[in-house]
Design a binder for this molecule. Structure first.
Ligand code: C5P
Length: 207
């Protein structure tokens, strides 16, 4: 069984995907990390994230980079959003995501285009949304807990910019697959979101 979890930045899709993977005992891939690694590698190379050739060259990042704490920063998220616009970057990361999705026994992937591009045949597709205010508040609390010096206003502005870039790009824009179930978790905490997602998957499996 493949479960595709898509949604905008800080919608809680990662928490939901991890919860589903634990519940259904499936391996999980956070595909945003791959784009974040490319963004970070461009910066390490001294390249320009808006340049397709520089971004493509960064797709050869070393896998050790995936565990680097800097990958979780807002700055790297913004770089990821810029490199992910290039079709060549998306193509370079496709095979890895596709192979993970298709492994025997099933998988859970979260990202922006899992249900539309990476695994359109997924048994269950969830599109997770939450208001910008709710998402900004959560991201703010997370950053403060990690000791980062950020303001709520800066996070809201960054989320809005990333939403616009992810939804407006020509290649694999952020959108719900026609057969995706929508899950708005603005009013839910993490535990409630995971429980709602498990219930939605079980309903979908029952048909
Ligand atoms: O989900 P996360 O915030 O880690 O993703 C970082 C960026 O990577 C997103 O803003 C998006 O531009 C890009 N991304 C993507 N396709 C995916 C996952 C992430 O374009 N499947």
């Amino acid at each position: 069984m493949i479960i595709a979890v898509d949604g905008p930045t800080a919608s809680g899709k990662g928490t939901i995907a991890r919860g589903l993977a634990a519940h259904f005992e499936l391996p999980h891939l956070d595909t945003g990390l791959l784009y974040r690694a490319v963004g970070r590698q461009v910066a390490l190379n001294g390249g320009d994230p808006d340049d397709a050739a520089d971004a493509l060259a960064a797709c050869g990042f070393n896998d050790a980079l995936l565990a680097h704490p800097e990958l979780r920063s807002e700055a790297t998220g913004a770089l990821a959003s810029r490199v992910s616009v290039h079709p060549a970057v998306r193509a370079a990361l496709y095979a890895r995501q596709r192979a993970f999705a298709m492994q025997p026994g099933g998988s859970v992937l979260d990202g922006r285009d899992i249900g539309t591009v990476i695994a359109p045949e997924a048994a269950v597709k969830l599109f997770v949304t939450a208001s910008v205010a709710a998402r900004a508040q959560r991201r703010f609390a997370e950053m403060v807990a990690h000791g980062r010096d950020v303001t709520l206003a800066a996070i809201e502005a960054d989320l809005a910019a990333r939403d616009a870039r992810d939804s407006g790009r020509a290649e694999a824009p952020l959108r719900a697959a026609d057969d995706a179930m929508m899950l708005d978790n603005s009013a839910l905490n993490a535990g409630q979101s995971v429980a709602a997602a498990i219930a939605a998957v079980e309903r979908a499996l029952r048909g």
